[in-house]
Design a protein around this ligand. Structure first.
Ligand SMILES: [Zn+2]
Ligand SMILES: [Zn+2]
Length: 572
């Protein structure tokens, strides 16, 4: 199929014409390109039948160019205009905030022809001096480059899940679909996602392909087949779509959910039992299908429990499933409260009362308002005086709102020397004391471990927040000696946090499991700074499930009374 190749050529023409400041034509080429790459027919076939002009957006002019490409393998017009534009200037247009005019100006004045040139020029402060640019647009360019680069990598689950849900919703509405599932690492709720593997059960695969490749938010169609297509959405996420029969849906779900290792092992088990397991079903020696419509019936035939998708990583779940001993991981609806919410006292956007009311709506029994302490200037940290004022306000709202208990908390900085940012006189007035590293991240492992251990020795501490400091796209995790941290946490009844704000996801699934194996309890915190982020609790529970956490391992499943007991404090 030449469709994609031809579409690519037209996209390039559009980019180049745009840089040259030509109106209208780029849009026409782009429209033709999009229609060509998303159409089901083979463009060479259409050419043979002399029907190129039936393609929407293809007139006589563009049809001639298609003809030339099919017959000669190249296009003279493209070769000609390529010479008029230096280097990879059209790549610059992929950076947000750079239009064709700016790209041309950057080239003419600074000799910028590649993304690398652009980054160098911005970093050395040359761009701000150009006419029509300034310090802000220089920063915007750097930000744009960062986003463009990131878009090519994996994205955090917290960003990918709403996009996947939306897609699932749209596909479910179609009258030709009977089942829809986003499988792959998203279904396993991995903390970062590469692309979306979407399965659809339908008797009309062509119609589903037509629909998806023509969706408004599709930027490019990478491939289009009769039951399989790949597209890139405008946000840069790749979607791999497969349409299967209803009767194969379970087998396809099992196959495409993975992980790879889990899949390989289940297929080995199938072979040992005299079956063959594939994306089309479970077959016996006579090639007769014995299961395939649901995952449950496949696992049952294999003599094992059906593991929750979050467990399918070949980390021992298969062996336990064979013995009927899979752990009962925490259900999504078991959460009774959130331990980590910022109000507008520090850097949150909502008032305490607004947070409380939203938490009532979510059905919570309690919420801990944990604003920054005084050293976190960037987060508008609270002085002792403001903290006490906040506590008073919380008491008043608690009297007013009967349906929820607001806990007086703080996210207290662990200073570089391991001391806490408030003294004990203050700490003992709080219901929940959360401690966290927010500064001096670059420390040798031993020094960082000792810093945190010293802080954990304070008797008022309840939760260690985002224990490794990892921050997506900005900061790697700092190294700490986990066995020592676990030991201290278990000894002092300090919970480690599962911080589920999208760019953090700290602790990792592996470390959650290790914490549990070391008798350490965990507290999920959304680290909410804007009301809608309260919903990311689901991501935290997902991470807990990936770490094999059961209800008893997660503090958020306890009632207020049980919390008081656990922390040995009178909260009620
Ligand atoms: Zn923090
Ligand atoms: Zn925080």
């Amino acid at each position: 199929m030449k469709n994609l190749e031809i579409a690519k050529i037209f996209y390039e023409i559009a980019d180049i014409l745009e840089i040259q400041g030509i109106d209208f034509k780029p849009r026409a080429y782009r429209k033709a390109a999009k229609n060509i790459e998303s159409m089901p027919q083979d463009i060479e076939e259409l050419h043979k039948k002399n029907k190129l002009e039936e393609i929407p957006g293809v007139g006589e002019h563009i049809a001639k160019k298609i003809e030339e490409i099919i017959e000669t393998g190249k296009l003279k017009y493209l070769e000609k205009i390529r010479k008029q534009v230096p280097g990879h200037l059209n790549e610059l247009l992929k950076v947000q905030s750079i239009g064709p005019k700016k790209a041309k100006q950057l080239h003419d004045k600074l000799g910028v022809t590649t993304l690398k040139d652009l980054e160098d020029a911005a970093k050395s402060g040359k761009i701000r001096k150009l006419d029509g640019f300034g310090e802000t647009s220089e920063l915007d360019i750097l930000k744009g480059i960062e986003i463009y680069k990131k878009g090519k990598e994996r994205i955090p689950l917290g960003f990918a899940l709403p996009i996947a849900r939306e897609l699932e919703h749209i596909l479910t509405q179609l009258k030709d679909t009977s089942k829809v599932l986003v499988a792959g690492s998203l279904r396993r709720r991995k903390s970062t996602i590469g692309d979306l593997d979407v399965l659809v059960a339908s008797k009309q695969p062509e119609k589903i392909m037509d629909f998806v490749t023509a969706m408004k938010n599709v930027q490019r169609v990478l491939s289009r087949g009769t039951t399989k297509s790949s597209v890139i959405l405008e946000n840069g996420i790749q979607v791999d779509l497969r349409v299967v029969h209803d009767s194969d849906f379970g087998a396809a779900s099992q196959y495409f959910t993975g992980s790879k290792e889990h899949g390989i092992k289940t297929r080995i088990i199938a072979n040992q039992l005299g079956y063959k397991l594939s994306e089309y079903g479970l077959f016996n020696k006579n090639n007769k299908k014995v299961a395939g419509e649901t995952e449950e019936e496949i696992y049952k035939k294999l003599g094992m429990q059906c593991p929750e998708p979050e467990l399918r990583e070949d980390r021992g779940e298969i062996e336990l499933a064979q013995k009927n001993r899979l752990p009962k991981i925490i259900p999504y609806n078991a959460v009774k409260g959130d331990f980590h919410v910022h109000s507008n006292y520090s850097d949150g956007s909502a008032s305490i009362e607004e947070v409380a009311k939203e938490c009532i709506r979510l059905g919570y029994e309690y919420v801990c308002i944990a604003d920054h302490s005084k050293s976190t200037r960037i987060g508008n940290g609270l002085t002792e005086e403001r903290l006490l004022k906040k506590c008073k306000e919380i008491d008043q709202i608690n009297k007013k709102l009967k349906k929820i208990r607001i806990l007086r908390g703080a996210e207290v900085d662990i200073l570089a020397n391991g001391e806490l940012d408030y003294d004990n006189k203050i700490l003992k007035q709080l219901d929940i004391v959360i401690i966290a590293v927010h500064s001096k991240f670059k420390m040798p492992k031993e020094e960082m471990t000792n810093r945190i251990l010293k802080a954990m020795d304070n008797t008022y501490v309840n939760i260690l927040a985002h224990p490794t400091g990892v921050y997506y796209g900005m900061r790697e995790a700092y190294e700490i000696d986990f066995p020592r941290i676990f030991e201290k946490a278990a000894e002092k009844n300090i919970c480690l946090e599962i911080n589920c704000s999208a760019p953090r996801m700290d602790l990792s699934d592996i470390n959650i499991k290790a914490a549990i194996d070391n008798n350490v309890k965990l507290a999920i915190g959304t680290d909410t700074h804007a009301l809608e982020q309260l919903k990311t609790m689901e991501i935290g529970v997902a991470q807990a499930r990936r770490g094999w956490a059961t209800k008893k391992d997660i503090l958020n499943t306890r009632t207020l009374k049980e919390l008081g007991k656990y922390f040995n404090k009178i909260i009620i």
